[in-house]
Design a protein around this ligand. Structure first.
Ligand code: HEC
Length: 227
């Protein structure tokens, strides 16, 4: 019995190890704002996709997403998706690659703008939400040119691309813009997530029923055995 228990605790420890590694990895000394996005909200995803195409794809790609997959998941036709997200410059089976030519990012910003396909999984929704909203002026109140910095990624080479929106929107509208963008990034980081969630509890339920049945079957088998 003890050996069984010690073996069990070993297995449990091994299972928990990756979890503790994930939680130990990032350490930031600011608290992130909560993105509170909802990947089941298709309208938010549609707005996020259009914003992403307009404000981010000049520099960033989503190299693992095809336009037609976005269309299927967000409820657009193949024609609509290339019209809305690529001004008919792309075809529907294309990957969502940046509109920037090779090498431009490197020479303009000193760094290649990272691919954003998996960014939400890498950094988390709250991180990206706070990052997009985290720009502040280094020279507040002085004359141009404005020098921006970011409280999440200090000294970042990404310009404050949402400045124009923020200037003209109400705080609530800006919340929505940034939340929609994060929502879209969350979706592209795992397009199957909703399906996985919906299937997951059914699988667990099935396994529980199966557990009950196999237990009853075991009792039936052992009924006549002397032990
Ligand atoms: C003008 C080019 C440009 C545009 C437009 C742009 N970015 Fe970036 N972005 C960059 C560069 C360059 C970096 C690398 C920054 C760095 O490492 O300092 C970056 C980095 C990032 C990162 C990673 C930050 C990190 O912690 O490593 C995220 C997330 C991001 N961008 C999101 C966005 C989103 C969302 C948009 C659209 C609203 C956008 N970017 C628009 C150039 C751009």
């Amino acid at each position: 019995m003890t050996s069984f228990l010690s073996r069990l605790s070993l297995v449990l420890a091994a299972m928990l190890l990756p979890v503790s590694m994930v939680f130990a990895a990032p350490s930031y000394n600011i608290t992130f704002e909560k993105a509170n996005n909802d990947i089941r909200d298709k309208e938010s995803l549609q707005r996020g996709a259009v914003l992403f195409a307009n404000y981010c794809m000049v520099c960033h790609s989503a190299q693992y997403m095809r336009y037609n997959r976005v269309a299927r998941d967000l409820g657009w036709t193949d024609e609509e998706v290339v019209e809305k997200l690529a001004y008919n410059q792309r075809v529907t089976v294309d990957y969502m690659m940046t509109f920037m030519e090779d090498g431009v990012s490197q020479s303009k910003f000193g760094i290649q703008a990272p691919d954003l396909s998996l960014m939400a999984r890498l950094k988390g929704n709250d991180y990206i939400y706070t990052f997009l909203r985290g720009y502040y002026l280094e020279n507040e109140g002085e004359w141009e040119p404005a020098i921006w910095n970011n409280k999440v990624l200090t000294g970042t080479s990404m310009p404050n691309v949402l400045e124009g929106i923020q200037k003209h929107a109400t705080p609530e509208e800006f919340d929505q813009v940034t939340r929609d963008l994060v929502n879209f990034l969350d979706y592209i980081a795992e397009p199957n997530k909703v399906e996985r969630w919906d299937l997951g509890w059914k699988v667990i339920l099935f396994l529980l029923v199966l557990l009950l049945l196999t237990y009853l079957l075991k009792r039936e088998y052992w009924r006549d055995v002397k032990h």
